[in-house]
Write a protein that binds this ligand. Structure first.
Ligand SMILES: [Zn+2]
Length: 267
């Protein structure tokens, strides 16, 4: 985990530090080695959240585009009592899960059912064949509604990894990841590609979007707007432990500073 509670305040791991897990309340210790990203680890178990994925530099780079208050937020289902640590939860209620490792379709579906109002950002550089498939599939993209950055495709599996093609949520593919891009033919990797959920049996829609526009759209809430239908199904309460500690996300405003969004000092 990136954050745990030190004296009831969310803090990042520093050498030798101890803290309390905001999810289960047990003690966690700082792991600040040279190989993995610095993180908090439970003493006696892998992680109290079975959905937790060990973080890579890629996860951290993505999270850091967004306000720290939105990172590692506990999402709580008041009806069932189930809770999980979302990689990112915006002040608009949108959950973003950054997925690097393999996830089978069943597990993917469970997370989508739980978070409901969510999108995925997928590290599409983990397997070389994912890039090769996409390069081939991309040649078959047809323009959609005369928009330069919208495409229609017939066979989702021709362009995207199998486990994502039946997703109910928008899936954003990052084909660049942490890699340098020196090949002008692959300049499109600077963009992100959004695969939208199927709306009809015939074709699917893919959008190409610049990273900055995606990040900005998530921050302002202009992208992936909450539909009324989801709102009714999805109460977005803060879990009790956070309420008690007074650390739930409050209404705040963020400003762009040297390419990153930080909380304005006026708030
Ligand atoms: Zn825990």
């Amino acid at each position: 985990m990136k954050f745990a509670l030190v004296d009831d305040i969310r803090a990042q791991a520093t050498k030798g530090a101890k803290a309390i897990c905001p999810n289960c309340g047990s003690e966690v210790i700082a792991k600040c080695g040279d190989v993995k990203v610095h993180h908090w680890a439970h003493k006696s178990m892998r992680n109290c959240d079975p959905w937790w994925e060990n973080e890579t530099e890629w996860h951290r780079a993505w999270k850091n585009y967004f306000p720290v208050d939105w990172q590692d937020r506990i999402h709580y289902d008041e009806l069932t009592g189930e809770k999980h640590i979302a990689d990112l939860k915006t002040e608009h209620g949108l959950v973003i899960e950054f997925q690097h490792s393999f996830l089978n379709a069943e597990e993917r579906g469970k997370r989508e059912d739980f978070y409901k109002y969510m999108v995925w950002v997928v590290d599409a550089t983990r397997l070389k064949k994912d890039l090769t498939r996409f390069i081939k599939g991309k040649n078959g993209f047809r323009s959609y509604n005369d928009k330069a950055s919208m495409f229609a495709i017939d066979y989702r599996e021709d362009s995207f990894p199998f486990i994502w093609i039946d997703s109910d949520k928008p899936v954003i593919f990052d084909f660049k990841g942490m890699e340098e891009n020196n090949d002008p033919d692959l300049a499109w990797r600077e963009s992100l590609f959004i695969l939208f959920p199927k709306t009809n049996v015939r074709e699917s829609i893919v959008a190409e979007i610049k990273r900055e526009i995606f990040i900005n759209g998530v921050i302002t809430g202009s992208l992936f707007k909450h539909r009324e239908k989801d709102k009714k199904e999805t109460p977005l309460p803060s879990p009790p432990i956070q309420k008690a500690l007074g650390t739930s996300v409050r209404q705040s405003q963020y400003i762009l500073q040297r390419g990153k969004f930080v909380k304005s000092s006026r708030w």
